[in-house]
Design a protein around this ligand. Structure first.
Ligand code: PLP
Length: 531
């Protein structure tokens, strides 16, 4: 759509607040969308604004005003009342100050620079805010439960680096342990006692893990566990659940075909169909589908791989008896049960989801928390299975930085801190307050929301629910979620930039911060309802 030449666009930090034509009402859609300005050379006088639809503002007749302020404030006006108008629009958008500094100008500039040299401007897709639109916040520093972006905005953080930072940011115990390592060398490519110490800690906490191997990411842990299961059983098929994520492993980037228990098709370009051909996909929480998979393919199934509490379709708990049923099916078929506890390990309890739900897997994948925020992963389990790994056994797996001292030290300090009495009670209490509060706030605003919680993981699905698997999770109103996230960012709360991710609470969060979050949510949901 082309606006008239004399239209006026108010842009703060490249986040378009509104586009107006002099003398006319604010375009109704502009209020509801977060629009991003594709920066054109200022001299070109042509601006492309992307939102749900593209707006092109061609050839404004007058020079933009206030352009060139070094804060990056871009306030384009075709007449002489820019601040008055900005004030009016600020009020409409629920902002307090008419003289708002551009709240995201530096993040926008940083993103623009990143886009020139990094694929998609980020190093992991969800960080680009693609699911919710708008400017990804570039982070300058963090402490406790607070993130601070380049523009100096503080946010109460419920992403916590996607789970690892269960103690919050820059926990002093972890920082001290990591600093010690820095003075002595942080990678030798030779064994250290720190690896044994961390492995001892984990094998004590997870009775099912008799031996383990450290790697550098959760992806590597899942990929290696699958290879080991195949090597151990001499079988090829792996069963996974639709909507569970196990890293970007070719054979696991597979979506369901049609039918109850079907071989999947690649969910990413670049994954050959042959890589998906040995992956069976079943719905999460569906015992009948799992049983059918085993009835049809039992003797060929190497392993059933599952997130015991799903965290990658939002937080979805296992139904009563589901995990125990998977254990029984694997036992009958001689297949291995692999729990991907990359998120849930040390998140739900010292012994992970397997402790909470009293089901013992053969192999477990870990990551995130066990490295205290440093790159790490691990997989482990029954000694007779783990002994099949090279150098003792025939299944090959290796890593240059595996078990590196920095990750080992940060991980051990984190796990020791989690052993302090009362830790999980505190985490649970905070998360209950958050989940209950979100539920109440949505109910008060009259916005359908189904809030799930397991331990310190929770998700507000914008729908009536229930959410039990990928298909039901996908019924959520992702547009409302996106609006909610942006309204919360405006109010100093950083939520996952996708409906299908989990909120994490850390021990660094305080009750006051949870209450502040809930006050922000009540306000944000109230405004969404009116919109
Ligand atoms: C359950 C689960 N498994 C595996 C992974 C992959 O871990 P990483 O991103 O460290 O490769 C993730 C990442 O979020 C995850 O949530």
């Amino acid at each position: 759509m082309s606006l008239q030449a004399r239209s006026l666009m108010v842009v703060i930090g490249c986040e378009i607040l509104a586009i107006v034509s002099p003398g006319s009402d604010i375009l109704p859609r502009a209020r509801q969308e977060t629009l991003t300005l594709t920066k054109q050379p200022l001299t070109s006088r042509k601006f492309v604004v992307q939102g749900e639809r593209d707006y092109t503002v061609a050839e404004p007749k007058s020079q933009p005003q206030n352009v060139g302020r070094d804060r990056g404030e871009w306030l384009y006006a075709a007449h002489s009342r820019p601040l008055g108008l900005a004030g009016m629009i600020s009020t409409i958008m629920g902002r307090k100050s008419t003289k708002d500094t551009p709240k995201n100008a530096k993040s926008q500039a940083a993103f623009t620079a990143a886009l020139k040299v990094l694929a998609g401007g980020v190093n992991s897709p969800v960080r680009a805010f693609g699911a919710i639109g708008g400017v990804p916040r570039f982070i300058a520093k963090a402490k406790g439960a607070l993130l601070t972006d380049l523009d100096g905005n503080d946010y109460i953080d419920y992403v916590c680096s996607w789970g690892p930072l269960i103690l919050g940011h820059v926990d002093e115990r972890v920082a001290a342990a990591a600093s010690k390592v820095l003075g002595k060398g942080w990678s030798y490519g030779a064994p250290t006692e720190a690896e044994t110490r961390l492995a001892e800690r984990i094998t004590e906490d997870f009775p099912s893990i008799e031996r383990l191997r450290f790697v550098s990411s959760g992806t590597e842990a899942a990929m290696s566990a699958v290879r080991l299961a195949r090597g151990f059983t001499g079988r090829d098929i792996v069963v996974k659940c639709e909507g569970c994520y196990h890293g970007h492993v070719d054979a696991l980037l597979v979506k369901a075909g049609s039918g109850l228990a079907t071989f999947g098709t690649p969910s990413s370009a670049g994954v050959p169909a042959a890589m998906a051909a040995n992956t069976l996909v079943v719905p999460y929480n569906d015992i009948a589908a799992a049983r059918q998979a085993f009835e049809t393919h039992g003797p060929q199934i190497a392993a059933f791989l599952v997130e015991p509490v799903a965290g990658n379709m939002g937080c979805v708990p296992p139904m009563d008896g589901y995990l125990a049923a998977l254990r029984a099916l694997c036992d009958e078929a001689g297949a291995l049960l692999i729990f991907d506890e990359v998120i849930t390990g040390y998140r739900l309890a010292l012994g992970g989801a397997q402790e909470v739900f009293s089901v013992r897997p053969d192999l477990t994948c870990l990551g995130k928390i066990i490295g205290g925020g440093m790159p790490v992963g691990a997989y482990g389990g029954r000694a007779d299975i783990m002994e099949r790994l090279s150098p003792v056994g025939p299944v090959y797996q290796a890593g240059t930085l595996s078990g590196n001292p920095l990750a080992m030290a940060a991980g051990l300090a984190t796990l020791e801190a989690l052993h302090e009495p009362g830790t999980y009670e505190k985490l649970d209490a905070l998360a209950v307050r958050l989940a209950d509060g979100l539920r109440d706030a949505a109910a008060a605003a009259g916005i359908p929301a189904f809030v799930t919680r397991v331990g310190s993981m929770c998700t507000a699905f914008f729908q009536l629910g229930p959410v039990t698997d990928y298909v039901t999770a996908a019924r959520s109103d992702t547009k409302v979620y996106a609006q909610f996230v942006h309204a919360m960012l405006e109010r100093g709360v950083y939520l996952p930039p996708s409906q299908f991710e989990t909120f994490f609470v850390s021990t660094a969060h305080t009750q006051e911060q949870i209450d502040q979050t809930l006050a922000a949510a009540a306000e944000a949901l109230g405004i969404l309802k009116q919109a």
